[in-house]
Design a binder for this molecule. Structure first.
Ligand SMILES: [Zn+2]
Ligand SMILES: [Zn+2]
Length: 425
């Protein structure tokens, strides 16, 4: 028996498209896949992670439901039938996300609804702290603090304890408790995301104060505030902040945010403060069709709508209705990828798809659901690994973060994961 080996299939020196294959005893015919995600290029076409022969993949563990962690997974069901492990909310949201992905990208996708269904049918739910045996390899998952259901995956192979962060957050927010590091304990090897490995987020309380102050100002002068937000987690986080402070004007919620909120409420043990989310869901106006949508933007109020980068969906519709009036405001609260409509609105002040200026006030606030450098280092200090593998990070960020990790004096070895590389552990 050889030592365990990992192969990076995606997410090496890039943010997203995460996929790591673990070969327990360096047997080429056995593997456990941690995530299998997809990214999008500048033209918004999907870029899939590399794959391993499906017949040699025993199991796929999905850390959470974002497409950059699951969008390649159905490919393993074109010719294979691995077992799949995920928490219940991850599995339920995976269905929404993958079906939506096929609706928008079916033309470019090598898999179809049949494979998505096979993946979901093969999924066994795992709970935080539960231990599962996969042919002699012990799998357990812990709360990663990133979005509801997100898992920090731990795999025990012959006494070597390997941790995989998935996407992780170490601060408390309205929606999420921080990653449960105490439950994870000590690791031998840490495979870590480092999206924000070289920077620090401003304190969350300050972002919340700014959000509420801008809303108050705009609402006071009779304007409408549009908050484009990701359907998973960011939309609900904003709903909860508003529910706690009663903005005094109608709040509308539109897009896939509604269905995801319902999944969260069904899985309330995965949420920090389910009572507050329920309050928001009950009190706010849930937009259910064009009649509601046409009404929502016509009076002073607040609209929380997907998509978060104005890629399409109701947020783009609302921007076109309210963006031309300086009395209104657009507050972006999600990551804005270079080349996205949202980034263009922030940087050039132009309406998507036209040369018309945006006259509404535009703001971009940091409500990131990823740990920053400080949080990531906290994970290293808490898990004390002898080896750290950095993935899900731009190359220059990964390099800066690697130096910081070495400075802790904890791991002997820090490796920046590279796509298609194999790393002995
Ligand atoms: Zn990710
Ligand atoms: Zn994520």
């Amino acid at each position: 028996m050889g030592a365990p080996v990992i192969r990076i299939l995606g997410g090496g020196k890039e943010v997203g498209r995460m996929s790591v294959l673990l070969r327990p005893d360096n047997n080429e015919k056995r593997g456990i896949l941690l995530d299998a995600g997809v990214n999008f290029d500048e033209e918004d076409r999907p870029v899939f992670a590399a794959t391993y022969p499906p017949k040699y993949v025993d199991a796929i563990v999905m850390s959470h439901a974002h497409l950059d962690h699951i969008g390649t997974a159905p490919m393993y069901f074109i010719s294979g039938s691995p077992k799949v492990y995920a928490t219940r909310p991850t599995a339920q949201m995976a269905k929404l996300m993958l079906e939506d992905f096929l609706k928008l990208n079916g033309y470019y996708s090598p898999y179809e609804h049949r494979e998505v269904k096979a993946l979901l049918d093969a999924t066994e739910y795992v709970r935080y702290g539960q231990r599962i045996d996969i042919d002699g390899v012990e799998l357990s998952v812990y709360s990663a603090g990133h979005i509801p259901g997100s898992a920090f995956i731990v795999v025990d192979v012959d006494g070597t304890r390997i941790g995989f962060t998935g996407d992780v957050n170490t601060i408390e927010t309205k929606l999420m408790k921080p990653a449960h590091l105490d439950a994870i304990g000590k690791l031998d090897v840490l495979i870590t995301e480092a999206t924000y490995g070289s920077s620090l987020h401003p304190p969350r309380a300050r972002a919340e104060e700014r959000l509420l102050a801008i809303i108050e100002e705009v609402v006071d002068r009779g304007g409408t505030v549009l908050i484009p937000a990701f359907s998973i987690a960011r939309g609900q986080e904003i709903m909860m902040i508003l529910a706690e402070h009663d903005p005094g004007v109608p709040v509308y919620v539109d897009g896939m945010i509604r269905k995801v909120t319902e999944i969260f409420l069904e899985n309330s043990e995965y949420i920090n403060n389910p009572g507050l989310l329920r309050k928001a869901y009950n009190e706010f106006n849930i937009v259910r069709g064009w009649r509601d949508r046409n009404r929502a933007w016509k009076h002073p109020g607040i609209i929380i709508a997907s998509a978060g980068m104005l890629k399409g969906g109701p947020s783009l519709y609302y921007l076109k209705r309210i963006g031309g009036n300086p009395r209104n405001a657009v507050i972006l609260v999600s990551f804005q990828a270079p080349g996205s409509h949202g980034r263009r609105v922030v940087e050039e002040g132009l309406m998507p798809g036209s040369e018309e200026p945006v006259r509404a006030r535009v703001e971009w606030l940091d409500f990131s659901s990823h740990a920053d450098r400080r949080g990531l280092l906290e994970i290293v200090r808490s898990t004390k690994p002898r080896k750290v593998v950095i993935i899900h990070s731009e190359e220059d960020v990964a390099q800066k973060y690697a130096e910081r990790v070495l400075e802790t004096g904890i791991p002997e070895n820090v490796v920046i994961g590279e796509n298609n590389a194999e790393i002995e552990i």
